[in-house]
Design a protein. Structure first.
Lengths: 687, 315
């Protein structure tokens, strides 16, 4: 059947950079899915999506002209039914009796009719499918622009290009009619360009200042930057300046531009007296500039900015960006100098005026709680110097009163650490303050030092216990105090610093009231599960198996998951899991595992398979007793598999003799208890 | 020579005047932003089209720096444009306005970066961008979605130009105080932004941060709030259009503006704790929402049309 190329360009006002990639993916999935469902594209067929801030493009090289005709078999009454039934079936199908036939089904012979359905013309289908799909794309925040009865989209749609087989697919959205026209870059291109096919479309965009493909824009920025850095190496010096990589910022720049050109600006090296953290935050977060390292890895007085234009012909753009950066750096220097006049320790009373949360008091009160909690938790972080950690906890929130943090809130903690160091606090204290908000994401590292870990744990646990006590649990997407992040932070710190602190005791130390402790534990288990699965990449049944037999000790749970992952591929493991599941079923039917306490009576064990299994189990148990080499424990346990199999082959569990039967069930319960120290095998889903 | 501060204003007014905008003068009650003026806050409500542009000195007491900081001001000048409904070529119009003040787009880098606007005190929000010129934010561009808690239909576009920033950019000066306010003319000298405004910045910073009497400010806040509430309660909802038309909703709105400004003053005096903050904002918003509803009702009465289907009050 003949096929044609289809492509669509949704022309919009500037879409927020971070929403573009998900939107493209959705556009592709939705439209491709609909076409596939109608057999208009091949499952392994090609489709491409591309975007700039002003256009979302979908291209499918081959879409069939029309849906294939399909034949559907409709079954009527059984052949054994009276003639009348067959007649009325034929009538219902709208055909003479001669056209219905007898078909065999598993249920016997029936009357049937092969009904033909004409496939729809693709050009007809696209007329409704395309606009529907466009408006089905999900964006995090949408708007209306033509009025309340109009459609919602991320930003106003201003142009629609949709061609199927070189013909316009006619439809309209918000008063914009689809047409065979595209538009160039605002400054570098023409506003209206005739389009005849996808290749010509690509050509025209290129000639009109639009680099359609994100990868090409990314490469262009990086190539420009490399060239600028190479050209600007200090004369005769072997030193090399390098770009500081920041893939997230780079992606932002890629989706903020249709024709990106990188250029390099300079700033007065005198600003390098300010901490790099501050300068880099100003450049990257506030100005979207890439920063540059000198040969020694220190910040160089240069920056790379990206314009949405082909060149800075007069130098005005570079001059303007340098001017803005200078003003920003001046502000930062002003704040830095002003802040130094009042050292952190003198800011403690000022925290009385900073509310943490209305019911949980001021930051002064939180600070006092944090310090006390650091002392209560100290035993769980044996490496941490308690006095330094307590000092850090005391000063940790003082930077909230500084001008620098008021201006650059993302630097809270970091600024405190920098000030503490500048004001002569010991390095242990300064580093702990610097790190105490970390990790803020699962990718970010935990605090570097044990003291930092201790302060971070105390700060997060106090927030969690307080918020849960006053009923501020996160619900759905609402989590204003970032309690999920705090909980995951605790879990990650425990894992990264290998701290064997029982969760329940950590929670108790933070003194939640009422039902909060129980709710918090549940919340922690949920986050622990998430951490093991999404961050550490364990399979869900492995996580279930491990947590089913103990979830209090995070590093221990990680070690057990790791062991399960290692031993799982060995030949005995999954069959043994199946056997354990069988044991559980038997015991459940017999009244539950808790009915059968204690050790089995050896004299009642039947010679042969039963005594053999018992002996082997005893031996494995002796050899693995108390071991935290979980992989060895699991390997040894898995070796019981042949004996278990033989037992089930040769021995009838539900023996006639009541005493023997009861002893046998007790034996199985004992086995179950003895060998589920690392993981509950019955949770493993056998492939 | 680069445009003086006042010529910049003249040019923008000229440009938007040609686009059919009413060129208004600044509102004579203290506001934190041009959005708060009745010419924006009230005019965007309801179905009637409107186009207006005006300069609005905007007071943000907490941003004052005693005239010391080269970029931060207690009071800055905004040029506010409202186009209701927003035309389809609004972005092009905006870029043309930049050309009209001498910005050659072939030589400068313009980006529209996501920045959605929200004012909890006004029950208002919109979707839009900050417009960046060579890395400098020069304009806030917003498609209003809601105002006074009411969904807007049609959707107006709001452009807010930061005049000091643009002037400093055009004149290539590092401090707003070095901006040339008026061009030198024969027999008359030129004045700088410092000459015109520095005392204003210094004295109001002293007042806002040090001298304003907190108890008096609270009293004033409560008086204006009470007056506004009284008026809103007396609005003749059930009565004849003629009765409604002469009711002073606009006067009630002035009281809202007074409350909002007093709130900002109290805030800069450090007199409002974080907890109170939310509650006080809620009080002002309640007034703003009340005024917005009465205004819509009054306008329906004034145009003698049946209650507009478009002007649906969002609950």
């Amino acid at each position: 059947m003949p096929s044609n190329e289809f492509f669509l360009e949704i022309g919009t006002e500037e879409i927020p950079d971070w929403m573009i990639e998900p939107a493209l993916k959705e556009l592709q999935n939705l439209l491709w899915g609909d076409l596939l469902l109608r057999s208009l594209v091949q499952e392994d067929g090609l489709a491409e999506v591309h975007a700039t801030p002003r256009r979302l493009v979908l291209y499918i090289p081959a879409v069939l002209d029309k849906q294939p005709d399909i034949e559907k078999l409709v079954t009527g009454p059984p052949k054994s039914a009276p003639q009348r039934a067959a007649e009325s079936f034929a009538q219902k199908m709208g055909v003479p009796l001669s056209q219905i036939e007898v078909v065999s089904t598993p249920k016997g012979e029936y009357w049937g009719f092969r009904q033909k359905q004409k496939g729809l013309q693709t050009k007809e289908l696209l007329k409704t499918l395309v606009p529907d799909t466009v408006l089905r794309i999900h964006f995090p925040k949408t708007m209306y622009w033509t009025g309340k009865n109009g459609p919602r989209f991320i930003r106003p749609i201003r142009s629609l290009l949709a061609l199927y087989g070189r013909r316009v697919v006619p439809f309209s959205i918000a008063g914009v009619k689809s047409a065979a026209y595209t538009f160039g870059h605002r400054v570098l291109g023409k506003p209206r360009i005739k389009v005849t096919g996808f290749q010509q479309f690509l050509e025209e965009l290129k000639n009109n200042g639009v680099v359609l493909k994100a990868d090409e824009r990314r490469e262009k920025i990086l190539a420009d930057a490399a060239r600028l850095l190479a050209a600007a190496q200090p004369e005769g010096s072997p030193r090399r300046r390098t770009l500081r990589e920041n893939p997230t910022l780079l992606n932002t720049l890629v989706y903020l531009t249709e024709f990106p050109t990188a250029d390099m600006g300079q700033f007065d090296p005198a600003y390098l007296e300010l901490p790099e953290e501050v300068l880099v935050t100003v450049m990257q977060h506030h100005q979207k500039y890439l920063s540059v390292s000198d040969a020694a890895g220190k910040l160089a007085p240069r920056f790379i900015f990206v314009m949405n234009l082909d060149e800075d012909s007069s130098g005005a753009i570079c001059h303007g960006n340098e001017r803005v950066l200078r003003a920003r750096f001046n502000d930062a220097r002003f704040f830095w100098e002003t802040d130094q006049k009042t050292p952190l320790r003198d800011r403690l009373p000022m925290l009385e005026h900073v509310t943490f949360q209305s019911q949980l008091g001021t930051y002064r009160q939180k600070t006092e709680r944090n310090v006390a909690l650091v002392r209560r938790l100290a035993a769980f972080v044996p490496q941490a110097p308690v006095e330094h950690a307590a000092r850090a906890a005391e000063l940790a929130k003082c930077d909230l009163t500084t001008e620098l943090v008021k201006e650059f809130t993302e630097l809270q903690g970091v600024v405190g650490g920098l000030y503490a160091r500048a004001q002569g606090e010991p390095a242990e204290v300064a580093d702990a303050i610097y790190d105490h908000y970390k990790p803020e994401s699962m990718e970010e590292r935990s605090p570097r030092t044990p003291a930092g870990a201790l302060v971070a744990l105390a700060d997060k646990l106090d927030t969690l216990a307080g918020c849960f006590t006053i009923g501020l649990k996160p619900s759905g997407s609402s989590d204003p105090f970032a309690l999920r992040r705090a909980t995951q932070g605790v879990v990650k710190i425990l894992g990264d610093h290998n701290l064997h602190a029982p969760l329940l005791e950590l929670i108790a130390a933070a003194q939640p009231a009422g039902e909060a402790a129980g709710q918090l534990l549940e919340f922690f288990l949920d986050r622990l599960r998430y951490y093991l699965r999404e961050v550490r990449g364990f399979r869900y049944d492995e996580v279930n198996a491990v947590l089913a037999v103990g979830a209090q000790d995070v590093p221990d749970a990680i070690a057990r998951c790791e062991a399960v992952r290692q031993v799982r591929p060995t030949s005995n493991f999954e069959p043994l899991s199946a056997a354990f599941k069988r044991i559980q079923n038997i015991l459940r039917k017999a009244g539950g595992v808790e009915q059968f306490q204690g050790d089995p009576e050896t004299s009642l064990l039947e010679a042969g398979a039963e005594t053999e299994l018992y002996a082997q189990a005893r031996r494995v148990l002796e050899e693995t007793k108390g071991s935290t080499d979980y992989e060895m424990v699991l390997r040894r346990t898995a070796e019981l598999r042949p004996a278990v199999d033989t037992f089930f082959d040769k021995v009838l569990v539900m023996a006639e003799d009541e005493r023997v039967r009861r002893n046998r069930l007790t034996f199985l319960a004992w086995l179950l208890r003895a060998f589920t120290r690392v993981a509950d095998f019955s949770e493993i889903v056998v492939s | 020579m680069a445009l003086s501060f006042q010529d910049l204003i003249f040019r923008l007014q000229e440009f938007w005047g040609r686009q059919g905008c009413v060129i208004q003068t600044p509102y004579d009650v203290e506001v934190g932003a041009g959005t708060m003026c009745p010419e924006t806050f009230l005019r965007v409500l309801g179905p009637q089209p409107y186009r207006v542009a005006y300069v609005q000195p905007s007071r943000r007491p907490a941003d004052g720096r005693y005239g010391d900081n080269p970029n931060r001001l207690f009071k800055h000048w905004q040029l506010q444009v409202i186009l209701k409904p927003s035309p389809a070529d609004i972005q092009d119009l905006y870029l043309k306005s930049l050309r009209h003040i001498g910005i050659d787009l072939r030589k400068h880098d313009i980006k529209f970066e996501e920045d959605n606007w929200e004012s909890p005190t006004l029950g208002a929000w919109g979707i839009g961008w900050q417009v960046m010129l060579d890395g400098l934010e020069i304009t806030q561009f917003t498609y209003f979605q809601q105002c006074g808690g009411i969904d807007l239909d049609p959707v107006p576009a709001e452009l807010t130009y930061g005049l000091e920033r643009i002037a400093a950019f055009l004149q290539d000066v590092d401090s707003v105080y070095d901006i040339v306010w008026n061009p030198p003319k024969r027999g008359a000298s030129s004045f700088s932004y410092r000459d015109v405004r520095h005392a204003d910045e210094l004295q109001f910073s002293v007042y806002n941060f040090e001298r304003a009497d907190v108890a008096t400010l609270w009293q004033l806040f409560e008086l204006h709030e009470k007056e506004c509430r009284r008026l809103l309660a007396e609005y003749p909802s059930g009565q004849e259009p003629a009765e409604k038309r002469r009711f002073p909703v606009l006067a009630a709105y002035d009281q809202v503006l007074k409350c909002s400004h007093l709130f900002n003053l109290l805030d800069s005096r450090g007199a409002i704790s974080v907890t109170e903050r939310v509650a006080v904002i809620g009080r002002v918003r309640e007034l703003a929402v009340g005024v917005a509803r009465s205004w819509i009702d009054q306008n329906v009465a004034a145009t003698f049309t049946s209650p507009s289907e478009e002007a649906v009050v969002a609950e």
